[in-house]
Design a protein around this ligand. Sequence first.
Ligand code: KIV
Length: 263
Amino acid sequence: MQKVTLNTLNEMKKQGRKIACLTAYDAGFARLLDQASVDVILVGDSLGMVLHGENTTLKVSMNDMIYHTRIVKAGCRRALIVGDMPFMSYATPAQALGNAARLMSEGGAEVVKFEGGAVVADTISHLDRHGVPVCAHLGLIPQSVHKLGGYHVQGRDKQTAKQILNDAKLLEKAGAAMLVLECVPHQLAGEVTGVLSIPVIGIGAGAQCDGQVLVLYDILGITERQPRVSKNFLESETSIQAAIEKYVNAVRVGEFPAAEHQF
Ligand code: KIV
């Protein structure tokens, strides 16, 4: 078993090997993901929706994220662990560094993720200089749901597409180690993926991204409504383990996402 690191992901990008990523929130599922060779486990603040039953991620706290990252870490040996920074936990570089340090030292995150464009560039540089690897998150950024007016596809017109492309370049330059691109047209995601040298992980962003991430509860059909960008992989399988393996394989061979999962 070879531990997955950022070097592994960079190498996979160079070799054109797809990166399979899923969310997890506890040790039991983390162990199943690890056994299925999921490359990256994201302890997403989506837990506010899928575990807590809220309709946004905004109530998730730093303590929630540390707790869930710690118990994911307990079940995981191989995958790279990315921990989400919750709403308003990274409003200034100093605040972000303090909270990221907790997520890494108390929770065991190996990379921290937060949302936003140019506004977080200085924060990314600050964390990078202090040895904290950051996964940026562009496109549909759920913590800004009220500003965006709902969970809508982003970058559909020329101007917003250009903005996302420019932000992606800027955040890479600032020191981002990887990027999650959520719900943007697949052509735009392809352009961003081609132009960046860091790994780009898509959700609802098409097959040209370097890898894919989905919410675990969506692929197991536990969530109330299946998002269009996701797929129930348990439907045609007889166990959770087989469903997770099916997802990993579908990403690796380029069968997922199909045309109906992208914009
Ligand atoms: O919180 C989360 O699970 C996420 C993914 C959906 C990308 O940010």
